[in-house]
Every structure is written in C-alpha cells, then in structure tokens.
Write a protein that binds this ligand. Structure first.
Ligand SMILES: [Fe+2]
Length: 222
C-alpha cells in the first residue's frame, strides 16, 4: 500500500508475523522492551526524517511484537468501562513514548487524531482500524474499509500519511493488546476527538498507570 490517508503505509511493507507463544510460567522478559527502547533512541539519534523513522521503526516494533513473553500482566489488563492506555516508557527528551493499549471485548476508541507520528504493533488478539479523511469544510468520511490488524501486524499514522481513525477490538470474546510508539510523550499531547459532524473536541489522554515497568534491573539479561 502506498502512502495515503489511511495511515497504514507501512503495514503492507512488512511480513505479517504470527506473534509468539506466551511463556506464562516465566517472568516477563523485559530485556526485549529495554532493547527496543535503546534501539529506538539510537534510531532517533540517527534521523529525524519521518519516512525513515516509520520504516525503520516499524521493523524494530515488528521484532518486539513477534514475541509475547515480555509485557507484564498489569500492563495488559482490560477494564470494564473503557480501553486502557498504559505508559511503558518515555524517552528522557520526550522524543518518543511506548504505550500498551488494551481493548476488552466490544471496546473502541472515539474518532481521534494524534498530531505526531505513531506506530502500532499488535501483540495479542486483533484490532480493526477505520481511517477517516477530513474535508476542508471539516466533515469526516470513511477512507475505505476498516483494516484488520492481526497479531504481528504493524501500522502507522501521522499528519502526513493519515492521522484520523477509530480503533476497535476485533475479537468478540477476549481482549486485544497492541504496542504503540509515538513521536512525543503522547499522554501529554493536546489532540482531538471528532463527533459525527467532524467537530473537533480537545483532549489530552494521559495514562492509566502510575508506575512504569522497571526495564533497567541488572537481574535482567540484555
Ligand atoms: Fe490512534
């Protein structure tokens, strides 16, 4: 898929990893997240070009979500009232943040934008992403059909390739979890949701958690 307003330019450029088996008995392998954070910081040291960040970042994220043995359960916990957004890591210069999103059955986001680049990697379950385009008069229309993202799939959003969508859990009977990377401390970014007429409403998402995973313990091998 070429770059377009669907915001999914990266998804078809990558192999569709199946996602790994969960190792329930073992402690979370947080070294995977630590390695990802280090690699993503090095990527941003190397380039500020969004096309390069999305392409190379997508490959790093694909490697992270290829295995489902590293995310602690507390950051994969659904809540009955709404989807959850857990901060896993924020770069010290807030150049990027890593977040787990958890959807229970039937849960979905409002129509929303991001205002910065973002990458989505599905770790567990499956999600539906419906892209929207916004006309100059502000009205919103669906941009094609919803795309189903299975475990291992990578998608991208940004103001330059398509930034408005709705994401929902594609599973009827269980939660889905995806790992997102954004070009800012996304929980503090002022952005917008949109009503049916395309009228924007300001929102700042924040995060559901008060503490982030300790990815720096020396007990963890790297
Ligand atoms: Fe989104």
């Amino acid at each position: 898929m070429s770059a377009n307003n669907k915001g999914l330019a990266v998804s078809n450029a990558l192999p569709n990893f199946s996602g790994g088996e969960r190792a329930l008995a073992a402690p979370p392998n947080l070294a995977r997240l630590r390695s990802f954070v280090r690699a993503f910081g090095a990527l941003l040291d190397d380039t500020q070009r969004e096309t390069h960040i999305l392409a190379r970042g997508a490959r790093l994220l694909a490697l992270l979500v290829e295995h489902d043995d590293w995310l602690p359960d507390e950051y994969a916990a659904p809540a009955p009232e709404r989807y959850q957004q857990y901060l896993l890591h924020c770069d010290s210069r807030e150049r990027f943040s890593v977040v787990s999103f958890v959807w229970g059955p039937g849960q979905f986001t409002p129509v929303h934008d991001h205002t910065v680049w973002g990458l989505v990697g599905v770790l567990r379950g499956a999600e539906l992403s419906q892209a929207y385009t916004r006309a100059p008069d502000g009205t919103l229309t669906k941009n094609g059909a919803a795309e189903r993202l299975a475990a291992g799939s990578i998608a991208a959003v940004s103001p330059s390739i398509g930034d408005i969508h709705v994401v929902s859990n594609a599973l009827e009977a269980g939660p889905s979890v995806s790992i997102h990377v954004y070009g800012a401390n996304i929980g503090r970014v002022e952005r917008a949701t949109y009503d049916g007429d395309g009228k924007p409403k300001r929102f700042v998402s924040g995060y559901a958690n008060r503490a982030v995973p300790n990815i720096w313990s020396q007990a963890q091998s790297s």
